[in-house]
Design a protein around this ligand. Structure first.
Ligand SMILES: *Cc1c(COP(=O)(O)O)cnc(C)c1O
Length: 357
């Protein structure tokens, strides 16, 4: 499908690769699509990046009927532009859509929008090692209507942001607070959907943790506050003895693409992996018995985030002497290399964007 393009007249200057940061710089263009509840999505177009015009009564702003995704495009040494498992993000977007009463988007149209937008703005995919182009698809409810009900109209957009290497100065293991007061998700809630509301409601606990010197919070389940769930915008995994353990995706955590890829790679390395419920008590006991070898987060932004310290109530556990563990390092190296086309893509994860102009 060919998507009509309105080009930006005067392309914006691109910042140098060492001044990128995360998510504050946007490329020249964005993709737009208009949705209507019963008839679906229409009018795909690529236009210059710029403000949207919204009525103050826009439903998405009042009642958080809004969903999003996050994935990346990488530049290989031979200047191929590669997307990492976009089919997974598209599937997940449509699962979030069902949960939030947003009309799903045809996966072929979605992929075509991603590739055509990235192709048009391909010069924005940075070159420096570790950098990438972050891709943010969003859909939100547009009706100007204060009644609490699913909107009739929707707007979908995709914007692009060149981002820095997450660990430009090497890994920085995180100090994490195990949150025992606030919860992120509950059984039957929206924990498995990538929806704006999950983030709005998580900010306060994050701020409290920052004040106390922690980088992020590790959420526990919303019923017993015992079972480990996930960290801010990452899934979490533990090396207990010789086994890699991560909580199961049973409705209260976001089913990360990085999480699934890490489980596959760890198996490829010959490791035992388990998706099973794990309590904070089990983690603390394992730490006391010398069985807790590594803890790390897994998500698109950082790929792997080693955890140096877990603090739960008045107990603090230092993981692996505060050093990056061998599995975290190996997974980071392997996954990053596959994403950048430096190692064979044995699982067929990468999608090349045709960059011929
Ligand atoms: C996006 C997200 C993740 C990570 O998912 P990836 O697909 O690996 O980027 C984990 N937890 C939450 C809450 C998220 O929103």
């Amino acid at each position: 499908m060919d998507i009509p393009i309105t080009r930006l007249q005067q392309p914006k200057p691109k910042p140098p690769d060492d001044e990128l940061g995360f998510g504050q710089i946007f490329t020249d263009h964005m993709f737009l699509l208009d949705g209507v509840a019963d008839t679906g999505w229409s009018n795909p177009r690529i236009v210059p990046y710029g403000p949207l015009s919204l009525e103050p009564a826009t439903v998405g702003l009042h009642y958080a009927q809004a969903i999003f995704e996050g994935l990346k495009a990488y530049r290989s040494p031979d200047d191929k532009i590669l997307l990492f498992r976009p089919d997974r993000n598209i599937d997940r977007f449509n699962r979030s859509a069902v949960r939030l009463c947003v009309p799903p988007i045809d996966p072929e149209l979605f992929l075509s929008a991603l590739t055509q937008l990235v192709k048009l703005d391909q010069d924005w995919v940075p070159h420096a090692p570790g950098t990438s182009l972050y891709i943010r698809p969003v859909a939100f409810a547009c009706d100007p209507d204060l009644r609490v009900r699913p909107s009739h109209t929707y707007q979908f957009f995709i914007i692009l942001s060149p981002v820095a290497a997450y660990y430009a100065e090497g890994f920085k293991p995180l100090r994490i607070r195990v949150e025992d007061r606030y919860v992120r998700a509950v059984r039957g809630g929206t924990g498995a959907a990538k929806t704006a509301g999950n983030y709005g409601s998580s900010l306060f606990a994050g701020e409290e943790a920052h004040k106390d010197g922690f980088a992020q919070v590790l959420w526990l389940d919303g019923v017993e506050q015992q079972y480990i769930e996930e960290v801010g915008s990452m899934n979490i995994a533990f090396v207990l003895g010789d086994e890699l353990v991560t909580p199961p995706a049973t409705g209260t955590i976001l089913e990360g693409v990085t999480r699934a890829s890490v489980l596959q790679l760890a198996q490829d390395f010959g490791m035992q992996v388990a998706e099973r419920p794990i309590t904070i008590t089990e983690v603390l006991t394992a730490a006391r018995n010398g069985l807790l070898r590594e803890v790390f987060g897994a998500g698109t932004a950082a790929v792997i985030s080693p955890v140096s310290e877990l603090s739960y109530k008045d107990e603090t556990v230092v993981v692996n002497n505060g050093q990056v563990g061998p599995l975290a390092q190996h997974l980071f190296d392997e996954l990053s290399a596959i994403q950048r086309g430096l190692k064979p893509d044995r699982h067929g994860w990468m999608v090349e964007v045709d960059s011929s102009l």
